[in-house]
Structures are given as C-alpha cells and as structure tokens.
Write a protein that binds this ligand. Structure first.
Ligand code: PLP
Length: 446
C-alpha cells in the first residue's frame, strides 16, 4: 500500500521519523478552492494554505494552463551567462513594478532558503567589492525563520533548527523577539518594550563594531516561529538604526509578501523600505518552487562592478528563473491583482483576527490571540499568562492540531502556538467555519 511504501522508504522533512513509522502519513490526494481531500475522501479547510503559501487556492486552472503552455513552448532553459527567456524577464519586470520604489533588480532561486543564502553571499560579495571585507556579520532575531540550509539556517533563530546540526555556522547574532506579550518585563509598556529592543539592537551593533556588521534581517511579521506582530514603531526604529550605521536592512517576506498581511508587502504596512526584499511562497502560490530577491541600485551596482572586475558573479542555480516556475508566478500575480486578493485580505482582517479574538480571548486554554491580515497565532498556555507555558513534552499544540484535523481544519502547531494562514481567496463564511472548527478542537484539547 501507499502507507506501507511511505513508511518503508520516505524521510519526511520536519517530522519525528520514529513516530511517523508508527502513525503513517496523512495522504492528500486533491484540492478544490480552500479545501483539500485525503485518500479516504475527507474534506479539510486548508487553514495554513499549505505552508503559508497557496494564495489562490488549490484548483486554479489558470496556473495549470500557464504551466502547460510554457511546457509546450520551452519547458526548460537556464539564465546563466546572458541566456534569457520571456517568462523570467516578464516576472522580474512585474516584481520591479509591484515592489516598493527603488527595488528594481531581481535574482531568482528555487526556494526561500536558497534566496537567503544568496542574500548572504550578495552582501558579502558587495562588501568585498566595496573594499570593506571585515563588514560581514548579520543580526537576526530569536525565533526568526529564514530557512534551513547551512547559511540561511544559521540566520534562523529556532533551537530545533540549530541543535545537532552544528549551526549557526556563519557570523550572526540573534536579538530579542519583538513579541510584547511573551518578552515584556513586568510593568513595561509596549512603547518601553519597543525602545528596549531597539536599544538592544543598537548596543549589539556597537559591541560588534558597526564596521563589522553587514546586515539586519527580519520577517516583518514573524511566521514559522509562532506568528508574532511587532510593537508599533519597531520597524521604523530598526530602519533608522541600520541607516545610521550603514547596515543593510533585509526584509524576508517569504510569508508576508503578496497580500498576506493585508498590504501588497508588509514593509509598506509597517512603514519601512528595505535594501533587499526576499520573496517566495505566494509568488507562485507554491504551484511551482520559486523565490526572488529584489535589491536596490546601490546593492546591484556594487555587485555589477565587481562582476565586471572578476569577469563573473559566480553564483546561481540550474533552476534560477525556471521558465515554467516564472510563467506560473507571473500568472499567479495577475490573478492576485485581478481578483483583488490583497484587498480581500485587508477587508477580512476584522472577521478573521477580530473573530478569533471574540471567540478565544476568554478560552481557558488561550493565552494570546494575535495576527494581522490573514495570518494568526493562538498561543495555548495553562493559566492565561505567558509564564504559564505547558511542558513541551505534553505536546498540547500537536494534540490540538490533530483534533482540528478531525474537525476538518488543517492548522499548524508551532510548539503550543496554533498557526492559521488560509488562502487569500477565502470568504467570510469560510473564516467563520475555521473559527468554529478551531473552537471545537480547543474544547477537545482542554
Ligand atoms: N523565510 C521565511 C520567512 C520562511 O517562512 C521560509 C519558509 O517557511 C523560508 C524563508 C524558507 O523557505 P523554503 O522552505 O522555501 O526554503
């Protein structure tokens, strides 16, 4: 059977492999709008849009048609050494048009992890080119998620991604997670908390030596670490510190980009413009693997000058700008625009985030409901306070996710945070179904 074959031969990412041998896989066979179906025909609302990624839902025929058309015309070609093809050119042009002013140069990779590795290498290459080879360190945050390769996994600030993998393996300092409810000191206001974190960032830069710090990287709203929305003024403050010390600001919008937070890009919502913007997931609704890095002219020019001096920018992937992936990406962005999905995310924020607050703020298992646009986290604790976390060994979040699946809702437990991140095509009625099903799962977890 499929189950036996999976248990016998597959190594699943992000899985307790011994538990998998005992429990077997959940096999998903098809999708329809915001729903997916398993091999027994059970229907689920995909409350995580896959992995925070399927903006247009699971049955968009225009993306299938775009892929087929490109498969027929030119299924593969690369973009090394001056080679080009129309889909990657058009998508780069489209991204330059959509992204904030000044981010006009695009480099494609296959995944978010490769994109962040590429960012590190671009930043190092740039600073070598500018004659400041000592300016190489990164600043990231605890609980950040920037990927899992050696370098991007080093930027990630989650112990499970470091432990027993010998990471971090590049020079990176992790600073405090901008999450007021969990990390504020007793009696500290949100404004004071924000000021303390900004001071920590500047103190870190000064302690390391600004001449050695190359870049600050962050997700505008932290996703895989447990959906954390920063305090007001945080990003404006980070941007000002970076500017003062000549440090590049990298916004990792692999999850946030293309409407997730109710604005086309979350940096626009939070009032800053990065020097480098990292995009993936909703760029193609993950129908094809694709990521993009957008950079300013200043970054581009330093890299371009050096490539002229050395004779090449010695970096890139066989799949960089893959024609089928970029054709699908371009069509996907057109659908997001034509269907007004960014506006849909903004319009449904009240029904979704407000609805989750109304339903669960008083629930005995819930410490905090948080989120923005169409991304939310519900943090489960024993006694309503941040200090009353459950013993991780009790796996309360994982149990709740299992109950939710039984109730017909796919969510994701990040430790004891229940993450929700539905497709951007969702309706208010479907949001209400998510809230009802999560409510039943929480009651069963009690
Ligand atoms: N950056 C962020 C913010 C992410 O959420 C992720 C994946 O969840 C990544 C990077 C890594 O992307 P990938 O899994 O495509 O390597």
């Amino acid at each position: 059977s499929l189950v036996a074959a999976d248990v016998a031969h597959s190594m699943h990412p992000y899985t307790n492999m011994r538990a998998h041998e005992a429990n077997g896989p959940m096999i998903i066979t098809r999708g329809e709008g915001v729903h997916v179906y398993d091999d027994k025909g059970k229907e689920y609302i995909e409350g995580m849009a896959g992995l925070w990624s399927v903006a247009v839902g699971f049955s968009e025929t225009r993306l299938k048609d775009a892929a087929m058309k490109q498969m027929e015309a030119l299924p593969y070609y690369h973009t090394f050494a001056h080679k080009a093809h129309e889909p990657s050119i058009r998508l780069a042009e489209k991204l330059a048009e959509m992204t904030p002013e000044g981010l006009d140069r695009c480099f494609f990779t296959n995944s978010g992890s490769e994109a962040n590795d590429t960012v590190i290498k671009m930043v190092w290459y740039m600073n070598n080119a500018l004659g400041r080879p000592e300016k190489k360190k990164f600043i990231a945050r605890n609980k950040a998620y920037h990927g899992i390769t050696i370098a991007s996994g080093s930027l990630t600030g989650l112990p499970g991604n470091h432990r027993d993998f010998d990471l971090p393996a590049i020079p990176v300092t992790h600073v405090t997670t901008p999450h007021y409810w969990r990390f504020a000191e007793e009696g500290e206001s949100e404004a004071d908390f924000c000021a303390r974190l900004l001071k920590e960032i500047e103190d870190t830069i000064l302690a390391e030596g600004p001449e050695t710090v190359a870049a600050f990287i962050g997700e505008p709203v932290m996703g895989a670490g447990g959906v954390m929305v920063p305090p007001e003024g945080y990003w404006e403050g980070v941007a000002a510190i970076c500017k003062k010390h000549d440090i590049l600001l990298v916004a990792d919008e692999v999850i946030c980009g293309f409407g997730r937070c109710g604005a086309t890009f979350a940096c626009e919502k939070f009032g800053f413009t990065p020097d480098i913007l990292v995009l993936s997931k909703q760029i193609s609704s993950s129908y094809m693997p694709l990521a993009a890095i957008m950079v300013t002219d200043a970054v581009y020019d330093a890299i371009a000058d050096n490539s002229a001096k050395i004779g090449t920018f010695g970096h890139g992937f066989t799949g960089s700008g893959h024609p089928v992936a970029t054709a699908v990406g371009l069509e996907n962005l057109k659908i997001i625009e034509e269907k007004g999905l960014v506006a849909n995310a903004a319009a449904l924020e009240e029904a979704f985030i407000g609805g989750l607050h109304a339903a669960f703020d008083d629930h005995p298992l819930v410490g905090e409901v948080r989120g923005t646009g169409l991304i939310a986290g519900i943090e489960l604790v024993a006694a309503k306070t941040a200090a009353s976390a459950f013993d991780p060994a009790a796996k309360v979040g994982a149990k709740c996710a299992d109950f939710a699946a039984e109730e017909g809702l796919i969510s994701r437990a990040v430790g004891d945070v229940m993450a929700l991140c539905p497709p951007l095509i969702i309706t208010e009625a479907q949001i209400n179904q998510i809230i009802e099903r999560m409510g039943r799962a929480l009651d069963r977890t009690l």
